[in-house]
Design a protein around this ligand. Structure first.
Ligand code: FES
Length: 107
């Protein structure tokens, strides 16, 4: 559910854009964060914890806790609560450790 008319902030929705969550198209609005757009579409599980493989979701909503890490446009472990949506953005749940040691990184 998108908030269309906030009682304090007024009309919030702007230009609609399409983002893809696990290859499924979703409606989002320009200026929304990725996490806000996903929650507005009923998606609360943003990833899984590395060790215990438990569901992770939005926690602090202000870029402090790292609970909302996702893979966005091919980049691992991006804070979805701090990242604004873009039309055509590819978003995937963060499952497991990121690939940090590869030939591309010079290791
Ligand atoms: S929810 Fe805490 S950093 Fe995004």
């Amino acid at each position: 559910m998108h908030i269309e008319n906030h009682p304090v902030l007024g009309k919030q929705l702007q230009k609609p854009v399409t983002v893809y969550f696990n290859n499924q198209p979703l409606l989002a609005y320009k200026q929304q964060t990725v996490a806000a757009a996903l929650i507005a579409n009923g998606i609360k599980k943003l990833g899984e914890s590395r060790k215990l493989v438990q569901s992770r979701g939005l926690f602090c909503s202000r870029g402090r806790c790292c609970s909302c890490y996702m893979t966005i446009d091919g980049e691992n472990h991006v804070r979805s609560c701090m990242t604004k949506v873009k039309d055509g953005m590819q978003i995937y749940q963060s499952l497991g450790d990121p690939e940090i040691r590869s030939d591309e990184n010079g290791y």
